[in-house]
Design a protein around this ligand. Structure first.
Ligand code: UDP
Ligand code: MG
Length: 310
């Protein structure tokens, strides 16, 4: 029996990329004769003809399996569904737009054979992405690293190889706010990385605008860090310290020079400052409470409309 490798591909409106993606994957995996493989395509409620295209492929090639979700659940959930259904001894999540090069898979497998449980691919450069995206991504990974106790590797997406043992561990994490690369790191095991050059998207445009990315970053931070909740404590502590000094200053000043009324501007500044600080910390607390509320509903993560070739 050859070891089975599951390629897990979340797809949302990727019809332009599917044929090229399938060709590349089939080529790379076909060359690895020592392994069997399956390609699990998750149709994440696409509104174009992505589903028809993968159904055609699945008809011809039984290695292509389809999970059709009941609607668009977003990439993290699509990935969750795919990984859950994957039966492979190793599981490799990969994007359908060829931004994660399939040619790298043999190198991932090689590291796995050396005894690593997780082999992730770290981007050296990102082609065809705006400087704003590069800068925000750079900052996000660094802030995340500072705030979270988990060691989330910088410049690393979901593209990686995980052994069955790791996948089982990830599957046991049942939270509904899923920041997948956080979970992948959080489970631990022996992890290593290989560098690669990130391509531009083959066809089509990214479905992540800056608002989505901002929310994705919030998800990452709130899922793995309490630091923002503690922010209020430190802001409060600092302002208390500052006001102590300021009070002393006012007392001394009044002693020396008396107090000719005034004080309106500084009072307004103080009110606005504390108002702002309080609203901000309330907002932070709201982010967490909203997530607690969502988790407490314990809803299923997704619904599958149909499975093909399983
Ligand atoms: N994707 C998905 N559901 C969504 C959005 C995206 O399954 O709601 C898939 C998409 O088809 C692709 C991968 O997630 O395979 C990465 O998406 P995209 O290329 O838009 O993101 P980026 O590369 O810009 O981070
Ligand atoms: Mg992409």
């Amino acid at each position: 029996m050859k070891p089975l490798i599951s390629i897990v591909v979340p797809m949302y409106n990727e019809s332009q990329n599917i044929d090229c993606f399938y060709q590349k994957i089939a080529e790379v995996m076909g060359a690895l004769t020592a392994y069997d493989y399956e390609i699990i395509c998750i149709n994440d409620g696409s509104t174009d003809n992505t589903l028809e295209k993968i159904e055609l492929l699945a008809d011809k090639d039984k290695k292509v399996k389809i999970i059709e979700l009941s609607r668009n659940f977003g990439k993290e959930i699509a990935l969750t569904a795919g990984i859950f259904e994957a039966k492979g001894d190793a599981v490799i999540p990969i994007d359908a737009d060829l931004q994660d090069p399939p040619e790298l898979i043999p190198a991932l497998i090689e590291k796995w054979q050396e005894g690593y449980d997780v082999v992730y691919a770290t981007r050296l450069v990102r082609e065809g992405e705006s400087s704003l995206k590069k800068v925000t991504a750079f900052l996000f990974y660094r802030v995340m690293r500072r705030l979270a106790k988990v060691n989330i590797p910088p410049d690393t997406g979901d593209f990686r190889l995980m052994t069955r043992q790791v996948v089982e561990a990830v599957n046991q994490c049942t939270e509904s706010h899923r920041f997948m690369k956080g979970l992948f790191s959080w489970v631990g095991f022996r992890q290593t990385s290989i560098p690669y050059l990130r391509n531009r998207r083959h066809k089509g445009i990214t479905s992540f605008n800056y608002w989505k990315l901002w929310n994705f970053a919030l998800e990452g931070i709130t899922s793995f860090s309490f630091v923002p909740l503690q922010l209020a404590t430190y802001v409060g502590f600092l302002t208390a310290l500052f006001s102590g000094v300021y009070i002393a200053y006012i007392i001394v000043k009044t002693w020396l020079y008396g107090d000719p009324v005034a004080g309106y501007p500084s009072m307004m500044v103080a009110i606005f400052f504390f108002g702002g600080a309080q609203l901000m910390t309330l907002g932070v607390i709201g982010e967490y409470i909203g997530r607690i509320y969502n988790e407490s509903k314990r809803r299923p993560l997704y619904f599958i409309r149909k499975k093909t070739n399983f």
